[in-house]
Write a protein that binds this ligand. Structure first.
Ligand SMILES: O=C(O)CCC(=O)C(=O)O
Ligand SMILES: [Fe+2]
Length: 345
């Protein structure tokens, strides 16, 4: 399966038509009826009230996904797709779609889209929530709010969201991030950007890669998890890791720094890495029903700025985090819970 994502250039304004020339996209349409019926049944479990029953039902519904989706998911898991990403299309959505909230914590019901997202998440691994984000909900809502217009958070819109790995500071970070677009931004210009490690390394010298493979760096903790930067307690990390043939990347353009402020070589290598990520990056403008899977080890991701009017018609996405091996994190959860109570070391 081959996907052709458009090259994303810093600052460029892409049009929908340009950015979505993906070939070989895999449609979820054949599963629409089954997902919609199960999610809207009178006693259907809800992700917030009964996340275990909800995700178990989602796992059952994975049998309704077309074989082509399962084949694509297997390729993504084994090799990270072509770019550390996979784009599924025509996911079932709620109809009519509620208005996009304009403040954090506003409740909207999205049973169909939530179930569509969880079905793919449970086909791939297990969906987990994080206490530090959206009160631990396994399905999170992403939309712009005025208070965070210029922040480095998923609720910003006035600034680009810098390239990052999801919860970079957490050694047990999620393996995969799944984003489902319910409503595009009014200008149709919000680009979700990503860069896969293999392509990034092609822009670096062997000696730069050698330095980036060493634990000479520190990364801060996201604001949503209580936030810290420049603390001695910040975790020490290697931005490049894994095998030469299938490398991993761990970055946070905003929060990562050389552990020793006098380590000139590390400072220069990190600058080169950030440039390499820009040069290797691609982007996609997601349209309603598009579901973008991002491998959180083989790729890093970000987002362009975009217009938000806070009028109920702004961009609206759902997000889920997937763990391939939930056992690895079981010490961080209460018994029979899908919520990670703590992150980091
Ligand atoms: O809004 C997007 O397209 C990506 C946001 C993001 O980085 C995230 O939700 O982790
Ligand atoms: Fe992110």
């Amino acid at each position: 399966m081959s996907f052709e994502f458009r090259k994303h250039r810093n600052g460029s304004r892409e049009t929908r038509a340009d950015a979505n020339r993906a070939t070989g996209r895999v449609s979820m349409a054949p599963a629409t009826r089954a997902i919609r019926a199960a999610a809207t049944a009178r006693l259907a479990p809800r992700s917030d009230r009964d996340p275990i029953a909800f995700s178990t039902l989602a796992a059952e519904l994975a049998t309704e996904l077309p074989r082509a989706v399962h084949a694509a998911l297997a390729g993504f898991k084994l090799w990270g797709g072509d770019e550390g990403t996979l784009l599924l299309t025509e996911a079932p959505l709620d109809n009519p779609l509620p208005r996009t909230p304009t403040s954090r914590g506003t409740e909207i019901e999205l049973p169909v889209a939530e179930m569509a997202l969880a079905t793919v998440g449970m086909a791939l691994g297990v969906v987990l929530g994080f206490r530090g984000e959206a009160q631990g909900r396994v399905i999170q809502r992403l939309y712009p709010v005025p208070e965070e217009r210029d922040a480095q958070t998923s609720a910003s819109s006035g600034v680009r969201l810098q390239f990052h790995s999801e919860t970079a500071f957490d050694p047990n970070r999620p393996d995969v991030l799944v984003l489902l677009c319910l409503r595009a931004d009014p200008g149709g210009a919000a680009v979700t950007t990503f860069a896969c490690a293999g392509k990034v390394l092609a822009h670096l010298s062997d000696s730069q890669i050698g330095i980036l493979r060493q634990p000479r760096f520190k990364t801060g903790v996201d604001a949503s998890f209580g936030g810290s930067t420049n603390s001695d307690h910040d975790p020490t990390v290697s931005p490049i890791y894994g095998s030469d043939t299938d490398p991993g990347i761990l970055i946070d353009t905003d929060l990562m720094r050389a552990a020793d402020p006098n380590d000139e070589l590390a400072i220069k290598a990190l600058m080169a890495l950030n440039r390499a990520v820009e040069n290797a990056s691609l982007g996609v403008v997601m349209r309603p029903g598009d579901m973008l899977l991002i491998d959180n080890r083989r790729a890093c991701h970000g987002r362009s700025d975009f217009r938000a009017n806070y009028d109920g018609r702004d961009r609206l996405l759902l997000r889920a985090m997937v763990a391939y091996d939930p056992w690895r994190r079981s010490g961080e959860r209460r018994q029979r819970s899908l919520v990670q109570e703590r992150v980091g070391r």
